[in-house]
Design a protein around this ligand. Structure first.
Ligand code: HPA
Length: 272
C-alpha cells in the first residue's frame, strides 16, 4: 500500500490527470499510444520503486490522455513475472492506475493459439482464464483498502465489456474469436506435451501475462476486459520452433486492426 501511494504521489506531482479507463499494451502493441491525445507521460524509470521492463518490444512508460472523450492511462509496456520481479511488483502498476482513478481495465497481450480453429493473427476476446500455474498476486497479508481477503473470480472478464468488444468488432468487420487464456510463468515457451495438457484443461490460448493483472484488478473491484493477439500457434500445433521475432512480427501485422478495435471500444466507455 505504501509503495503504491509513493508511486501515486510521484505521478500526482507531475499531473492531476484522472483516468477512467486503464489500458495495458502487450508485446508489439505499444503503437496504440499514438492514438492518445497526450496530457502527460511518465517514464516507469522516474518513479521510485516502480518495476521496469527489460524485454525488447516493450517500452516502459505511462501515457495519460484522451482517446476520444475517454480519459485513459495507458501502460506502454509491462513487467512480467519471468523477469524476476515478485508478483507483488508485477501487479503494482494496476493498483497505481486504480488509485489514479481508473475503474475499468483493458488488458492486451500476445499469446500462442491452442484452439484448433485459431490461426496466427487472430484476435481473441478473453472469456475467462486459468491462473493455476502461477502464484496468485494476492498471496500474503490482505490489504483491506485494496479488496477482500477472498475475492470472487466468477466473472473476471466483464460480460458487459465483452459485449462492447463484440459489437465494435462486428461494426468494424474485424473477426474476434473468444476463449480461455492460460498464464504460465514463462520465459520459455511450452513443450508440445504441456500444450496438449493445457488443451485438455480447457485453455484456448497461452501467454505469460494478464491473468495476474486481471485478478489484481478484480480484487480492487475494477471492471476488466482482455484481448489476446494470437501471434503464433502454440508448440506442437506449430510445426516450426517458436520465437519472439515471430511474435513481434505477427503483432505488427495485426496492429492496425487491433488498434482500431481498441479505439472503438474505448470511445464506448464514456457511455458506461
Ligand atoms: N506461449 C507463451 N506465450 C506466448 C506465446 C506462446 O506460444 N506466444 C506469445 N506469447
Amino acid at each position: 500500500m505504501e509503495r503504491v501511494e509513493t508511486c501515486v504521489r510521484y505521478i500526482r506531482e507531475k499531473t492531476g490527470f484522472e483516468p477512467h479507463t486503464a489500458l495495458v499494451l502487450g508485446s508489439g502493441l505499444g503503437g496504440f499510444a499514438d492514438n492518445v491525445k497526450i496530457e502527460a507521460v511518465v517514464e516507469y524509470g522516474e518513479i521510485e520503486g516502480f518495476p521496469v521492463s527489460t524485454v525488447s518490444g516493450h517500452k516502459g512508460r505511462f501515457v495519460l490522455g484522451y482517446v476520444g472523450k475517454e480519459p485513459v492511462a495507458v501502460m506502454q509496456g509491462r513487467v512480467h513475472y519471468y523477469e524476476g520481479y515478485p508478483m507483488r511488483d508485477v501487479v503494482l502498476p494496476i493498483r497505481v492506475m486504480a488509485r489514479l482513478g481508473a475503474r475499468r481495465l483493458i488488458l492486451t497481450n500476445a499469446a500462442g493459439g491452442i484452439h484448433p480453429d485459431f490461426a496466427a493473427g487472430a484476435l481473441m476476446l478473453l472469456t475467462d482464464h486459468i491462473s493455476s500455474f502461477i502464484p496468485s498476486p494476492l498471496l500474503g497479508p490482505n490489504e483491506e483498502a485494496f479488496g477482500l481477503r477472498f475475492p470472487d473470480m466468477s466473472e473476471v472478464y466483464s460480460r458487459r465489456l465483452r459485449t462492447v468488444a463484440e459489437e465494435e468488432a462486428g461494426k468494424l468487420g474485424i473477426p474476434l474469436k473468444q476463449g480461455v487464456y492460460l498464464q504460465t510463468t514463462g520465459p520459455n515457451y511450452e513443450t508440445p506435451a504441456e500444450i496438449r495438457m493445457f488443451r485438455t484443461l480447457g485453455a484456448d490460448a497461452v501467454g505469460m501475462s494478464t491473468a495476474c493483472e486481471a485478478m489484481t484488478a478484480r480484487h480492487l473491484g475494477l471492471e476488466v476486459c482482455g484481448i489476446s493477439c494470437i501471434t503464433n500457434l502454440a508448440a506442437g500445433i506449430s510445426k516450426a520452433p517458436l520465437s519472439h521475432e515471430e511474435v513481434k512480427a505477427t503483432a505488427d501485422r495485426v496492429a492496425e486492426d487491433f488498434q482500431a478495435l481498441l479505439r472503438a471500444m474505448i470511445s464506448r466507455m464514456t457511455e458506461l
